[in-house]
Design a protein around this ligand. Structure first.
Ligand SMILES: [Zn+2]
Length: 137
């Protein structure tokens, strides 16, 4: 069971920058990484277009998802999860997020930012029930 997402500092900075650039819309993307028993190691964050017409939600480009799955596999890694931002929100799954079918072993990373320069807040969830897991560097 996944209990920890390892997210190195440069990836945290990338996530915060993408969230601010997309503001007031949500940014989104996929996490390429490696699984090590209960730890998921994020290696690359791949920004993808947000296909959602609704500003308060996100939808990852399915063609990009397929392409990134293949390139990750070729590199000996996998797409271990997705990420998106909550502009002016809290880093917890929204009702819209919970309407997705969560998958066991698939991580949801959420970054919450405000209009001010306050630091981005991060949290991560896993599986069909959006069980919260720790995020460490
Ligand atoms: Zn959300």
């Amino acid at each position: 069971m996944i209990t920890i997402l390892v997210l190195p500092q440069p990836l945290r900075a990338q996530l915060a920058a993408e969230a601010r650039a997309a503001f007031p819309r949500e940014c989104c993307g996929l996490i390429e990484g490696e699984r090590d028993f209960e730890r998921m190691h994020a290696v690359i964050l791949h920004p993808t277009a947000n296909f959602s017409a609704d500003a308060a939600s996100f939808e990852i480009d399915p063609a990009a998802h397929l392409r990134l799955k293949r390139t990750a596999r070729a590199a000996g890694r996998e797409i271990v999860g997705c990420y998106h931002s909550h502009p002016n929100g809290r880093p917890v799954p929204s009702d819209h997020d919970r309407a997705f079918d969560g998958q066991d072993g698939f991580v949801w990373l959420i970054v919450a930012i405000g209009e001010d320069a306050a630091p981005a807040e991060l949290s991560a969830f896993e599986g069909a029930n959006f069980r919260q897991i720790s995020v460490v560097e």
